[in-house]
Design a protein around this ligand. Structure first.
Ligand code: DQA
Length: 143
């Protein structure tokens, strides 16, 4: 299965930023874990990260042309206000799982709103990096 993971702003700073919230594992650890899992299960996975809204939109549109079959996205803070990323996700028909490492509902009020979740298939929050693993298992039909 052809899968794409998209991480938004500041997720490249995992292991550096707010470790009490996001944990001590770094971004490289996350990418390696997901790539190893995909390879072991025979899936084709690309993992993309950008701090720029437009680059995330371009990557979503490219996924349409590449015939990606499932997307896992953590839009970071864009989750809470990017109508442009929401529109890009709504443009394509593949299953999309939104993942948040932290439990956004336990945090500041502005994090309680996701403008992107309503155009996703489902959302996983607060389970740390394991949320990405569970999202992949869902998309590939393992669970
Ligand atoms: C986050 C939650 C967002 O509110 C925050 O802006 C992030 C990370 C998470 O994974 O918990 O950058 O998406």
């Amino acid at each position: 299965m052809k899968l794409l993971v998209i991480n938004g702003p500041n997720l490249n700073f995992l292991g550096i930023r707010e470790k009490g919230i996001y944990g001590t594992e770094d971004y490289e650890y996350l990418v390696t874990m997901l790539k190893n899992k995909a390879e072991a299960e025979g899936h084709d996975l690309d993992v993309f990260q950008s701090n720029c809204e437009g680059e995330i939109i371009d990557r979503i549109q490219a996924a349409y042309h590449e015939k990606v079959e499932g997307i896992i996205i953590n839009p970071g803070a864009f989750t809470h206000y990017s109508y442009a990323i929401r529109d890009a996700l709504a443009s394509i028909e593949v299953p999309i799982i939104e993942v948040h490492i932290s439990n956004v509902h336990k945090r500041e009020e502005f994090r309680h709103v996701s403008v992107t979740a309503p155009v996703c298939t489902g959302q996983i929050v607060g389970l740390g990096l394991k949320g990405y693993v569970l999202a992949m298992d869902y998309l590939t039909g393992r669970i």
